[in-house]
Ligand binder design. Structure first.
Ligand SMILES: NC(=O)C1=CN([C@@H]2O[C@H](COP(=O)(O)OP(=O)(O)OC[C@H]3O[C@@H](n4cnc5c(N)ncnc54)[C@H](OP(=O)(O)O)[C@@H]3O)[C@@H](O)[C@H]2O)C=CC1
Ligand SMILES: O=C(O)C1=N[C@H](C(=O)O)C[C@H](O)C1
Length: 250
């Protein structure tokens, strides 16, 4: 059987360099291109890439995806910075290339995907919920894409259950003390040397709290999700947001 022809964009970065090794080690894949900033995207087409693994930066991801979709190259995207406007633009491009698939995964690690699922499940049963994400200090964005997505899922689950605004009597606060407001859910970002990628979802009700915590201790935690995404995305045209759609989570 022929191998899946995979390219990595952002190949010299923290996660991209790990993805290069993972693709090289996968028996059913061939690494056909490994691009850094400034490298020509034309080499993707010349190398016959079927799937591009996009692990660059929020300022580069849209141009890269524009190129991939126009050339019918499927994409597995871990890069953050997704807004409604960006998603709408990408969806428009995909409509012009109806056989191409793009997976955007806010987090490729199984534990993080499950954290989001557990938070969504628990959200209707607790009056209060806040998200704390903790990352290495070289991370360029805050809050993390995972935390933003987690908060959106929690907010949707609360709304569906008919829950109103959370209790919070804060009358005065230093700016930032209560974190960012993502759809009515507070998100707090910690940047600390020694950490990689961690998240806690704190839920509180009368007389009890529930904490869901996930820790990515090494970039290897993201690799099974990236490889799974690359294997599956070629058969799923259009935009898929979230690795959970490629997993059988019940
Ligand atoms: N979804 C997930 O599970 C995960 C997502 N991420 C996300 O992935 C992204 C990258 O993270 P990280 O590896 O830590 O960041 P790094 O800064 O270490 O890596 C990004 C790399 O992309 C390169 N780059 C920038 N623009 C381009 C371009 N146009 N073409 C090719 N390469 C380019 C950068 O080059 P230069 O240094 O010259 O700018 C850099 O080498 C972030 O958005 C992060 O949040 C990270 C881990 C897991
Ligand atoms: O930059 C990182 O490191 C990570 N970025 C992603 C995010 O913003 O959620 C995924 C993971 O948290 C690691």
């Amino acid at each position: 059987m022929s191998k899946l022809r995979v390219a990595v964009l952002g190949a010299k970065g923290r996660i991209g360099s790990e993805a290069v090794k993972a693709v090289e080690a996968a028996e059913d894949m061939e690494l056909v291109a490994a691009l850094g900033r400034g490298d020509s995207l034309e080499s993707l087409a010349e190398a016959g890439a079927q799937v591009a693994v996009e692990l660059t930066t929020p300022d580069s991801v849209m141009d890269n995806l524009d190129f991939c979709v126009r050339h019918g190259i499927h994409a597995v995207v871990g890069t953050t910075g997704w807004t409604e406007e960006r998603l709408a633009r990408l969806t428009g491009w995909l409509e012009q290339s109806p056989e191409t698939g793009v997976l955007i995964a806010p987090n490729f690690s199984l534990g993080a995907v499950l954290t989001m699922k557990f938070a969504q499940l628990a959200a209707p049963y607790f009056e209060s919920v806040e998200v704390v994400e903790l990352h290495h200090p070289n991370k360029v964005d805050a809050p993390s894409g995972t935390a933003a997505r987690t908060a959106q899922l929690i907010a949707a689950a609360r709304a569906q259950a008919g829950l109103g605004a959370q209790p919070d009597a804060t009358a005065t606060a230093l700016e930032g003390a209560r974190g960012a407001d993502v759809d009515g859910v507070r998100v707090h970002s910690v940047r600390l040397r020694g950490l990689l990628a961690h998240q806690e979802v704190l839920l509180g009700g009368e007389g009890e709290t529930l904490t869901v915590r996930h820790d990515s201790l090494h970039h290897s935690s993201f690799m099974p999700g990236i490889l799974l995404g690359a294997r599956r995305v070629t058969a799923v045209p259009g935009l898929t947001f979230g690795l959970e759609h490629f997993l059988d989570l019940g």
